[in-house]
Write a protein that binds this ligand. Structure first.
Ligand code: CA
Ligand code: CA
Ligand code: CA
Length: 487
């Protein structure tokens, strides 16, 4: 599914014009129009009869945020030691009830409970369409058609998300790439490592989406609920022990220390093995996609060998936040149980950058969110993005839009007005909606990405029931739906 990196990397960056305002580059939006049809591929839950029943009744929901555990199951908080973490529904259930079905009696939200009470099959789903299971004022069918959770009162039609873009590898590789060899200094882990990462500079990524000059910070989310927040720009130079890894940098060049037993060396860079050889690479905060030239292993949750019943993230891809040291220095031994008392002993004043390098990124939020917009819930739906090789960027950005224009007619060619067209962004839910006018026309402007459009009007059935589109970044799209009054 992931296209060849090599082929994609040979493509040239888009012909975006740049103008410089202060020290920040803004891109203007390109002109031409083109888009292609695309369909989501989705592999989870194929043997889950409840999800299959839901998708049989609502085929348009496949691959959306409703095609997920969170449709019927709540998340919850788990306390381990002194730390309490909120987990999304998938991780919460798996941590609590194990990885292999049957899970036994797992908790249900109000929609899941209504579905079970009604008989737990396709007929049950139809029977509860008119219910307002979560009590938020919208019946289940209206919520599902709008791609909102029918079992969560905090998610309902009318909520407006911040400007949002879903990047796939192809669009990420259209941005200039950067390669850097660097130290990842870990705190607790047994080994530090030197590695070469290729990726796109986070500042280039955000500027390609026309980040607001008012942007203050980013928060980077992994699908297991882990997140880290970084300022856009922090004053430099910085000193120990309070580092701020900022998006804009600069980061100092690193040093190479060879031949240490507590360091993983993927390969010999050919530097002299004396202590502290200056590495020539310029270092940036990156969205990394290659390590030693290979795609990053896709992240997944696996049982923690050292702590039965707990799950840990294995793998780091398809995208990892790469954060260089802010104060360049050497590696050190683990902070835990390393009795060796030499000059490499753990030193809390060293820059332990590895912990800031979020693995398997699902989303990057740019603060502040525009007023009147709502946040996404990253403890739900993030695995879907990781599985599909997507990363979401949203908030104080102004990505280039492309027009999507449509027309809705009946079988006699007569316009149908006041049709609500819900626009869903892959696995995130509704991000926009449009209403057809008296000529049956509707119009939305959308950034490059994959979307699903779902028409609905009381008393009507539409053909097709939904259309999936991919907007490539070069253009818009024209769409037709045909509607018929229900018999
Ligand atoms: Ca409701
Ligand atoms: Ca709801
Ligand atoms: Ca270390």
């Amino acid at each position: 599914m992931i296209p060849s990196y090599k082929i994609l990397r040979q493509r040239e960056a888009p012909n975006a014009k740049k103008k410089i305002l202060g020290n920040i580059h803004f891109r203007s939006c390109p002109g031409g129009l083109l888009a292609t049809l695309g369909l989501a591929a989705y592999s989870s839950h194929q043997n889950d009869k409840d999800v299959q029943a839901f998708l049989a009744v609502y085929p348009f929901a496949k691959g959306t945020k409703l095609d997920d555990c969170s449709l019927c199951h709540p998340g919850g908080s788990i306390t381990q030691g002194t730390k309490t973490t909120y987990y999304g529904s998938c991780d919460y259930c798996h941590i609590t009830y194990g990885l292999t079905p049957p899970h036994g009696q797992v908790p249900l939200n109000s929609y899941g409970q209504a579905y079970e009470d009604a008989g737990r099959n396709e007929d049950a789903i139809r029977a509860i369409e008119g219910f307002n299971s979560d009590g938020d004022g919208y019946d289940n069918l209206a919520e599902i058609r709008g791609l909102f959770y029918p079992g969560d009162a905090n998610d309902y039609p009318g909520l407006k998300p911040a400007p949002t873009v879903v990047m796939n590898l192809e669009r990420i590789l259209e941005l200039p790439s950067h390669s850097q060899f660097m130290l990842n200094n870990a705190t607790k882990q047994l080994k530090d490592d030197y590695a070469r990462y290729d990726g796109v500079k986070i500042k280039d990524l955000l500027q390609s989406l026309r980040m607001s000059r008012k942007a203050t910070q980013i928060t980077v989310y992994a699908p297991d609920g882990f997140s880290k927040t970084f300022p856009i720009d922090a004053p430099d130079p910085q000193t120990a022990p309070n580092f701020q890894y900022d998006v804009m940098g600069p980061y100092p060049k690193g040093y190479y220390y060879g031949g240490l037993d507590f360091v993983n060396y993927a390969f010999d860079p050919g530097y002299p093995h004396e202590d502290g050889y200056p590495i020539p690479d310029k270092l940036y905060m990156l969205l990394g996609y290659l390590r030693e030239g290979d795609p990053l292993d896709k992240g997944r949750l696996v049982p923690d060998p050292g702590n039965p019943g707990r799950l840990v993230l294995e793998g780091e891809g398809p995208y990892r936040l790469i954060v260089p040291q802010k104060v360049a220095g050497g590696p050190d031994r683990s902070s835990i149980n390393d009795p060796t008392n030499d000059k490499w002993k753990y030193n809390s004043n060293n820059d332990h950058n590895a912990g800031a390098s979020v693995r398997s990124i699902a989303a990057i939020k740019v603060d502040p969110l525009p007023s009147g917009t709502t946040d996404f819930r990253w403890n739900e739906g993030g695995w879907n993005l990781v599985d599909k090789g997507r990363v979401v960027i949203y908030g104080a950005i102004d990505p280039c839009d492309f027009p999507v224009i449509g027309k809705i007619k009946d079988n006699n060619g007569k316009a149908i007005q006041e049709v609500n067209v819900s626009v869903g962004l892959l696995s995130l839910g509704q991000i926009q909606q449009a209403i057809s006018d008296k000529y049956g026309r509707f119009h939305v402007d959308l950034p490059a990405g994959e979307y699903i459009l779902i028409p609905s009007k009381e008393g009507y059935t539409f053909d097709p029931g939904s259309i999936s589109i991919q907007i490539s970044g070069k253009g818009g799209r024209f769409i037709h739906f045909t509607g018929a009054p229900n018999p």
